[in-house]
Ligand binder design. Structure first.
Ligand code: FE
Length: 197
């Protein structure tokens, strides 16, 4: 079956569209880490699943880096090449189809790192070299005021949890389940969202 057209996305074809992105683009390098981008996203989803997370949180873990592929989505075409805030772009391209708890985890996964660096002394030591490097480009640890306002997000716990898995899902010696294993999870989240819209 041909992949859905980016101009023509709906609740009924968004999961197939994302599957196609994983299939075509997933083997790309993940910014200096020893795993590919799809291995990384799948390992994060597996962490969520292993801890008994809800469908929404598994979906959030799986999709948190979808922003690296936003130029696949028609609405983001104008911003092609401007990937300095992949997390915001990623949330924007999926927000028509997924609930806020999912898009918040995507949108704030970089801020969550900045928040945890400011509030959890043990956290910084767990970051990979590539993640420490990007932290500096991303503004470094949050100030007290930034952390205070960030903590007001009602989805804070989920956002921080996805971030923790983001930092873990970089193991080159581990094979996570394939995308197909998670497609039904995404489908349930999207269809629930469609039914409530
Ligand atoms: Fe990530």
């Amino acid at each position: 079956m041909p992949a859905p057209n980016a101009e023509d996305l709906s609740h009924d074809n968004i999961v197939a569209f994302i599957a196609d992105i994983f299939a075509r683009r997933g083997a790309e390098e993940y910014l200096g880490e020893p795993v590919t981008i799809s291995e990384h996203m799948l390992q994060c989803a597996e962490c969520a699943e292993a801890e008994g997370a809800s469908d929404e949180i598994v979906a959030a873990a799986l999709l948190h880096d979808i922003g690296h592929f936003t130029h696949e989505f028609a609405e983001d075409a104008a911003e092609h090449g401007v990937d300095s805030h992949h997390e915001h772009a990623g949330a924007r391209v999926i927000e028509r189809f997924f609930p806020t708890i999912v898009t918040d985890c995507v949108r704030y996964h970089v801020d969550a790192k900045r928040y945890l660096c400011a509030t959890d002394p043990a956290y910084f030591g767990k970051l990979s070299d590539a993640s420490v490097h990007s932290l500096n480009l991303q503004g470094g640890p949050m100030s007290k005021d930034e952390a205070k306002s960030f903590a007001e997000n009602p989805n804070l716990a989920a956002i921080l949890q996805v971030r923790i898995w983001d930092d873990i899902g970089k193991d080159p010696d581990h094979a996570a389940p394939p995308f197909a294993h998670y497609a039904p999870v995404l489908e349930r989240v999207v269809q629930k969202q469609a039914a409530s819209a």
